[in-house]
Design a protein around this ligand. Structure first.
Ligand code: ZN
Length: 252
């Protein structure tokens, strides 16, 4: 990466500073001297600006829906919501939906974000469903591509058992099984990075380990990750790039 002279811009109240040709840090979304749970995480928020002008955050992890998560004071927030809130100069309430004009959940360019009404959201959903049906993929059941990805990720990240998943989605076990084993909907799941999903699980475990409320046994049962692995995460022997960001609670 080629370093250029530092350039600072203010775009819609968001202060960004150039670090390479297409990488910028976002400097006024959170301070790094917070007290509280997230205080030990002091990574800069780095975005990569692509040809569409999307600001893809590359420094932080994404949740299952593809939204970037940021610790601020003692809570986790979706970065794009923090950005829009800063742009508008007010807090967003939980009912307010933030829409991506670019259809890219990872993007946090304030110019690509809009407050949407529930009706907008409904229309977006209908549009997505329409596209799924138009592709002729929807046959024996009413699953959407989004649901299929969710099911795949849930199962492979060890977050939920296939039985639980089929219950939640009201599906026959066989359907979940064939999704997970790449026998159906492969066109949807083939690009899903299971490693990323596993990383999400590791992050969740790290977050749980920041308090000492749950036993390894319980964490293991809930996460589907075996106890020995959890012990190694706790002692930071594995997944060091993730675990080094955390300060775990002491255990008796
Ligand atoms: Zn965008």
């Amino acid at each position: 990466m080629e370093l250029s002279n530092n350039k600072i811009k203010n775009i819609c109240n968001i202060k960004i500073e150039q670090i390479t040709n297409n990488h910028w840090t976002i400097n006024n979304i959170r301070t790094t001297n917070n007290t509280g749970r997230g205080s030990q995480i002091k990574k800069d928020i780095v975005v990569e600006i692509n040809n569409n002008g999307c600001w893809n955050c590359i420094s932080h992890f994404k949740d299952r829906q593809g939204y970037v998560l940021i610790w601020k004071t003692d809570k986790k927030y979706r970065l794009h919501r923090l950005i829009l809130s800063k742009k508008l100069g007010r807090k967003l309430n939980d009912e307010e939906i933030v829409r991506h004009m670019c259809d890219n959940p990872q993007c946090c360019n304030p110019n690509h974000l809009l407050i949407g009404s529930p009706l907008d959201n409904y229309n977006d959903m209908v549009e997505r469903e329409r596209r799924v049906v138009a592709k002729g993929e929807d046959k024996s059941d009413n699953l959407t591509e989004k649901q299929v990805s969710e099911i795949y990720i849930l199962a492979l990240s060890g977050d939920s058992s296939q039985k639980e998943i089929s219950k939640v989605y009201g599906l026959k076990r066989g359907i979940v099984e064939s999704i997970v084993n790449n026998k159906a909907w492969v066109h949807v799941t083939k690009d899903i990075n299971v490693e990323d999903c596993r990383l999400n699980t590791i992050i969740n475990i790290c977050e749980i380990l920041m308090s000492n409320k749950k036993s390894f046994r319980k964490i293991s049962r809930e996460s589907g990750v075996n106890r020995e692995t959890i012990r190694k995460i706790y002692s930071k022997q594995i997944y060091k790039d993730v675990t080094s960001n955390y300060i775990f609670a002491e255990r008796k």
